[in-house]
Design a protein around this ligand. Sequence first.
Ligand code: ATP
Ligand code: MTE
Length: 211
Amino acid sequence: MTTTSSTDTSALPALPATPERVKIGVVSISDRASSGVYVDKGLPALKEWLGAALHNPIDFVERLIPDEQDGISAALIDLVDAGCSLVLTTGGTGPAPRDVTPEATLAVADKEMPGFGEQMRQISLAFVPTAILSRQVAVIRGKSLIINLPGQPKAIAETLQGLKAADGTQKVNGIFAAVPYCIDLIGGPYLETRDEVCKGFRPKTAIRTRA
Ligand SMILES: Nc1ncnc2c1ncn2[C@@H]1O[C@H](COP(=O)(O)OP(=O)(O)OP(=O)(O)O)[C@@H](O)[C@H]1O
Ligand SMILES: Nc1nc2c(c(=O)[nH]1)N[C@H]1C(S)=C(S)[C@@H](COP(=O)(O)O)O[C@H]1N2
């Protein structure tokens, strides 16, 4: 009789020879960047970080939009409908009157994922005492994970990858460590991280290997 242990991953399909293509939505939400008062640094920072963190080839779908709740919700719906497995927003998470990104994100949610916001505020405290001013949320819509990041361009890498000590050991885990497995669970592509940037974590039973 053949027995299968709880850590036997042979039941999972083998990975294709090269990492799967993934479609990722990146949304920069800023009144001033979207109207040309200053140059947008949000989209370049998001694309640069994701390109460095993933082995998967990425098709980016980009939006640079003002802080308008209905427009933000419409952009998020569009990106999910376009097949983005992951959507990252930057900006508009604070307490100012025009900061409405969390409301716009919750308005399109099937499920809220509160752990991401909790962990991001915790991580950000290692960088700035004002971390708790970000109301950022994460949600599932269809087969897509949508995550809000703060608007400061440097906050993108800070929250996604966390903080490393001078000797290279991870002092504070970034939230991206939990993203690949979350996307597995909602039926998306298998994300493969570059461990030196951010090591994705999966339970042993969810780790797939190449044939
Ligand atoms: N897309 C961006 N590109 C470059 N810098 C940005 C961007 N978004 C925000 N910043 C910087 O981070 C700061 C905090 O971001 P926040 O989202 O709170 O912007 P804001 O003050 O509401 O103004 P705006 O929406 O017009 O960018 C901004 O004041 C700006 O210095
Ligand atoms: N990692 C990180 N988190 C951060 C910050 C930052 O610089 N780095 N800025 C904080 C500040 S000052 C504010 S007001 C809130 C909300 O920022 P937002 O409105 O630009 O999204 O995010 C906070 N979180």
